[in-house]
Write a protein of this length. Structure first.
Length: 393
C-alpha cells in the first residue's frame, strides 16, 4: 500500500529536507501517515531517521535549513521550513521507563523504533521517495477495522507511560468503533489510578483534546464506566454526562464548531467555586478559568432573552450558557450587540450634572432599552425623557 497523493507530500521545503537527510535514511511516520490513510488532514509532519541528532543538524544546516534542538536529548530536531515546521527524530528504543519519563537509546532498526510507539495505527512508516507503507504490527488492518490497539501487551505499554490511557480514549474517539478493544479497556481500567502520578497539565491537555473532537460522548461514557473519568475528573457524574449529551447535540443542531472548553464545563460541578477548583487542578489558564466562571452559571438561563444575555455577558458566554442548557442560539446568529444610543452628555445637555445621578438614570434607561429589545435612538430618547419626568426628547 502507498500513501495517497496529498499536497503536503509535494511541499518544496519537505522535498529539500528529505534530500538533505537522504530518502533511504528517513521515513514519514506516525500521525501524518495514519491521517493520510484515514482520509483526514495531517496536523503535523514527522520524520524518523537513522541519522543521529547531531548528524541531522549538520546535514540540514549544510542544506540551508534552519533547525531548533527542541528535544535533542531524545533525538528530536525541529526543521523550520518555509512551508511549515517538521520534527525529525532519530530512531529510538526505550532503556528505562517510569510511567512519566523515558530514557532512550538511539538505534538503526526501524522495527525497534516502531515497537516503542503506543498504538498499531501510529506505527506506520512511509518511504518519502516511493510512498510505500511499512507496517510492523498490523496497523493497516486496525485502521481499516477502526480498531485502536496497543502494540504488544497493553498493561506493559501503560506502565511505560501512564498518559497512554488518555491517549487511547482520544484515539478511540477519533478512529475507533464499538466495541472498543477489550484488552485495552481492561488495561486502562486497571491502570486508572496511575493517572494521579501525571502532571495536571498533561492530563488537562489530553482531556481537552479529546473533548474537542466531533462527538466524544460515547468515549467519555466509556471512560466513566472504566473508572478513568472519575479519576481525573471526580465531578463528572451521570448528571454531567447527560449535560454533555445535550450540549453536543445542541452544537450539532446549531451548526456550531465543537468546543472543548464548553464541553469541559458540562462535566464540571454546577457551582462556581467548585468548578473553578476543578479547573485549577487541571492547570487551566486564567482566561479559560474566567470563561468557566461565566459559563458555569448556565442553570440560571431560561432562553427567553438570548440577546439580552449576550449584551450583558458577551457573545461567547451567552452561547456557552444557552447551549449548556439546551436552548436555541438562533437569535444570536449574525447579531452584534448594539450600543446604548444615549449617554452622559445627553443627560448633561438636559440639565443633569451630578455624576452619580447620571449613572443611575443611564442604568435605568439601559435596563428599559434592553427589555424592549434594543429600540432605536428615537425610542430610547423617549425612555430617557420618561425617566427624567418631562416631555423633553
Amino acid at each position: 500500500m502507498k500513501l495517497p497523493p496529498l499536497d503536503w507530500t509535494r511541499r518544496d521545503g519537505l522535498a529539500a529536507l528529505v534530500a538533505a537527510l537522504g530518502a533511504a535514511d528517513c521515513r514519514y511516520v506516525g500521525g501524518c501517515v495514519r491521517d493520510a490513510l484515514a482520509g483526514t488532514a495531517a496536523r503535523d509532519i514527522d520524520i524518523a531517521t537513522r541519522h543521529l541528532p547531531e548528524e541531522v543538524m549538520l546535514r540540514l544546516q549544510s542544506a540551508g535549513i534552519r533547525t531548533i534542538p527542541t528535544g535533542i536529548e531524545h533525538g528530536t530536531i525541529t526543521a523550520l521550513l518555509t512551508d511549515g515546521p517538521v520534527e525529525v527524530t532519530t530512531l529510538r528504543r526505550d532503556v528505562v521507563t517510569d510511567g512519566r519519563h523515558a530514557v532512550v537509546a538511539f538505534t538503526c532498526d526501524w522495527q525497534e523504533d516502531a515497537a516503542r510507539r503506543d498504538f498499531t495505527i501510529n506505527a506506520l512508516y512511509a518511504d518519502p521517495a516511493t510512498h510505500e507503507i511499512t507496517d510492523y504490527f498490523g496497523g493497516l488492518d486496525d485502521l481499516a477495522a477502526h480498531k485502536v490497539r496497543f502494540i504488544g501487551d497493553a498493561h506493559a505499554r501503560i506502565a511505560e507511560d501512564h498518559l497512554r490511557i488518555l491517549r487511547f480514549f482520544r484515539f478511540q474517539a477519533r478512529f475507533g468503533s464499538e466495541p472498543a478493544d477489550a484488552e485495552a479497556l481492561a488495561a486502562c481500567s486497571q491502570g486508572a489510578p496511575m493517572l494521579m502520578a501525571l502532571s495536571r497539565e498533561r492530563v488537562g491537555a489530553e482531556l481537552t483534546s479529546l473533548l474537542g473532537l466531533a462527538d466524544p460522548v460515547a468515549t467519555v461514557r466509556l471512560m466513566s464506566a472504566c473508572g478513568v473519568l472519575p479519576t481525573i475528573l471526580p465531578s463528572a457524574g451521570p448528571t454531567q454526562l447527560d449535560t454533555l449529551v445535550v450540549l453536543v447535540a445542541g452544537e450539532r443542531d446549531a451548526d456550531v464548531a465543537p468546543d472543548a472548553m464548553r464541553r469541559l464545563v458540562a462535566l464540571l460541578p454546577d457551582e462556581r467555586q467548585a468548578a473553578l477548583q476543578a479547573a485549577s487542578r487541571l492547570r487551566l489558564s486564567n482566561a479559560q478559568k474566567k470563561r468557566i466562571a461565566c459559563a458555569v452559571e448556565a442553570g440560571d438561563v431560561d432562553g427567553s432573552h438570548p440577546r439580552a444575555l449576550a449584551y450583558r455577558l458577551g457573545m461567547q458566554c451567552a452561547v456557552d450558557r444557552l447551549l449548556l442548557c439546551g436552548k436555541s442560539i438562533a437569535p444570536l446568529r449574525n447579531w452584534q450587540a448594539p450600543r446604548l444610543p444615549v449617554g452622559g452628555r445627553d443627560l448633561m445637555a438636559l440639565g443633569v450634572d451630578s455624576g452619580p445621578q447620571i449613572a443611575r438614570i443611564l442604568k435605568t434607561v439601559e435596563q428599559c432599552w434592553i427589555e424592549e429589545g434594543f429600540p432605536d435612538e428615537a425610542r430610547t430618547r423617549e425612555i430617557l425623557a420618561a425617566q427624567l419626568g418631562s416631555g423633553v426628547a
